[in-house]
Design a protein around this ligand. Structure first.
Ligand code: GLP
Length: 244
């Protein structure tokens, strides 16, 4: 795993955007998983701008949505689907077969997990997975205590996740379950890139990078990834003992 500490969120976002662009340049049919959330927002905006400015062929890559709130419809602005449509899918005009997002409204959630896993494996697995980190160390909705061997699954949300998650919604929303790619997807992705920014992420980044590797802090799995990239800014790195 490589740790890169940037001066600020802007520098971090430029580097993340560059890495995603270069992945598609090197392998136009890449399969890339995108997290939603505040952290990657600028990176995605820079990514779509760079793709168009540099005329990189983006008609052959596949976008996978990392996770979704169960029971939240895609037209709700707090949904992960709405976030990815607004910030990546629509700006790049991706074709319907070019992306796969979880349907958090389906009555067959186990079937939805199987369909997502098949969609990814039929395309040769993930080339790159871009993730953020929850305040409790979750990745996607892989909450503390999750099995590292799971692919897609449905999970009861941690209280921290349900509370912090309100920031994405205009009105208070009941958030009890999530549907998410599993830690196994991250472990098997050719490259895994974790982004974290701001002081509020400093304690969990210290636990992630300097604590015991354990599923009590799922993000610690990044340290075992042979091609793991952790991009954080100075504020998120402020509690680290040994800064690079
Ligand atoms: C959310 C999502 C994650 C996201 C994380 C951090 O709950 N499930 O996929 O990466 O929390 O979000 P943010 O970047 O807004 O801090």
């Amino acid at each position: 795993m490589i740790l890169n500490v940037f001066d600020d969120h802007t520098d971090l976002s430029f580097q993340a955007a560059r890495i995603i662009c270069d992945q598609i340049k090197a392998k136009p049919d890449s399969v890339i998983c995108f997290a939603s959330g505040e952290t990657p927002l600028s990176a995605y905006s820079l990514f779509t701008t760079l793709m168009m400015a540099e005329q990189i062929d983006y008609q052959h890559f596949t976008l996978i949505g990392l996770d979704e709130w169960v029971g939240v419809p895609p037209e709700n602005h707090g949904s992960c689907a709405w976030f990815l449509r607004t910030n990546v899918i629509n700006p790049l005009n991706l074709l319907p077969g070019q992306y796969r997002l979880f349907d958090g409204m389906t009555s067959d959630l186990p079937g939805e997990c199987v369909a997502m896993d098949e969609f990814i494996s039929e395309r040769g697995g993930l080339d790159l997975i871009v993730v953020g980190i929850g305040m409790n160390g979750h990745i996607g909705f892989n909450e503390p205590g999750v099995s590292p061997d799971l692919y897609s699954h449905v999970i009861e949300l941690d209280e921290i996740t349900s509370t912090v998650g309100q920031k994405y919604f205009k009105e208070e929303t009941r958030l009890t379950k999530g549907i998410t790619l599993g830690i196994r997807h991250l472990r098997e992705a050719k490259t895994a890139m974790l982004l974290a920014s701001g002081e509020r992420k400093a304690p969990i980044m210290k636990a992630t990078l300097e604590g015991e590797i354990s599923m009590e802090v799922p993000a610690t799995i990044m340290r075992e990834h042979p091609n793991g990239l952790v991009l954080i800014d100075q504020k998120a790195a402020s509690l680290l003992t040994a800064r690079e």
